[in-house]
Design a protein around this ligand. Structure first.
Ligand code: ASP
Length: 358
């Protein structure tokens, strides 16, 4: 009896299996059909290396070539990752690493000095797929602050860590730590001295605002990257030394999610650079995303609205690089220049410094 029941169950099982087989095949065909037409398989990447009064007349040809070459080197690292099917998060992080390791930019090596002659760095990264994010502020010994920001996102329950605690976390996560002297550059020290002189002069006659152009512009070179990978995932990251002569553990917009960095697969990825206090008050990166999401604006119109109208009206200076889920890129700034570069899925590269240059 038991044997018979087993036999019936056995035959039943296979006839049942027969039945859905077709259904399974059909659904596989459907998936395949869908897979052929669905993914657009596009990708793209854009970077900035800071915005400000960058004028051709103040630039030597050697300096210009050096900046352009480093921007190109950095963006090609991210582009290769994306081309090989890597994630936008990896592309953003690795591209920023190249810029952090270069003394030309105000991030990692080459970070600007605080009023005490130290370097306090801020960074943040955001994954547009999960809306997860990580940020660090005021770190002094972490070689690549963007790596720590990503660690915070992936391996801590928090979004933002600062100062000593962030350094402790970096140690626990085995990140590369360096002696603070690693970040020293002669150029940035000269900038600090210049800004201090201007500040002293102002204190003496007390008639001019604290921030004049010397102070405002002695911070060029915050770095940022936005990327779209072939899975349609967006990511954004920003890394900086902040502003020359900053005091009281000042923190700018770069590590503030929504101000300096924002990414959402449904809209766009944005990285900001400029006078941080204004970018925080204007919630610049998120505002651009919100205009795309709620008002249906194109990325170009959204960045224009926020940078040329809102930020400018507030009195803020700077710019953004942004990319949307279709690979459209927008780079808007209200300063004389912004170090920038883009690369699309066809490998087309643009590198620019001044306005009206592509
Ligand atoms: N936004 C940065 C800050 O205020 C500086 C910059 O981007 O130039 O810290």
């Amino acid at each position: 009896m038991k044997k018979l029941a087993f036999l019936i169950a056995f035959v039943g099982f296979f006839s049942c299996k027969e039945q859905p087989k077709e259904t399974v095949e059909t659904s596989i065909r459907e998936v395949q059909k869908e897979e052929v037409k669905k993914p657009e398989e596009t990708f793209g990447i854009a970077i900035h290396g800071g915005a400000g009064t960058i004028l051709k007349k103040n630039m030597t040809p050697e300096k210009e070539t050096a900046y352009k070459a480093k921007l190109e080197e950095a963006i090609k690292v991210g582009h290769a990752i994306l081309k090989n099917g890597g994630t936008s998060m990896d592309a953003v992080q690795k591209t920023i690493n190249v810029l952090e390791d270069s003394p030309l930019f105000n991030a990692g090596k080459g970070a600007v000095f605080t009023s005490k002659g130290t370097n306090e760095m801020d960074a943040s990264i955001m994954d547009g797929n999960s809306l997860n994010a990580g940020a660090v502020a005021g770190v002094t010994t972490v070689k690549n602050p963007i790596n720590l920001a990503r660690e915070v996102m992936v391996n801590s329950p928090h979004v933002m860590l600062s100062g000593k605690g962030a350094e402790q976390f970096a140690k626990e996560r085995d990140l590369e730590l360096v002696n603070p002297s690693y970040f020293f550059t002669e150029d940035r020290m000269k900038s600090l001295e210049r800004v201090k002189e201007v500040e002293k002069a102002k204190e003496a006659n007390k008639t001019v605002a604290f921030y004049d152009s010397v102070i405002k512009d002695a911070k060029f070179g915050t770095v940022g990257c936005v990327a779209l990978d072939i899975r349609g995932n967006l990511a954004a990251g920003t890394s900086t030394g902040g502003m020359t002569n900053k005091k009281w553990n000042r923190i700018g917009d770069s590590p503030i999610i929504g101000a300096g960095t924002y990414a959402n697969n449904a809209t766009c990825a944005v990285s900001s650079t400029g006078w941080g206090e204004y970018f925080i008050r204007g919630m610049v990166a998120y505002d651009i995303s919100a205009l795309v999401e709620y008002k249906g604006l194109s990325l170009k119109d959204a960045t224009k609205e926020v940078i040329q109208k809102k930020l400018t009206k507030l009195g803020g200076t700077g710019g953004v690089v942004a990319i949307d889920s279709k690979g459209n890129v927008s780079m808007d700034f209200n300063t004389a220049g912004m170090y920038r570069a883009t690369m699309n899925a066809d490998g087309e590269l643009t590198v620019g410094i001044y306005k009206d240059e592509e």
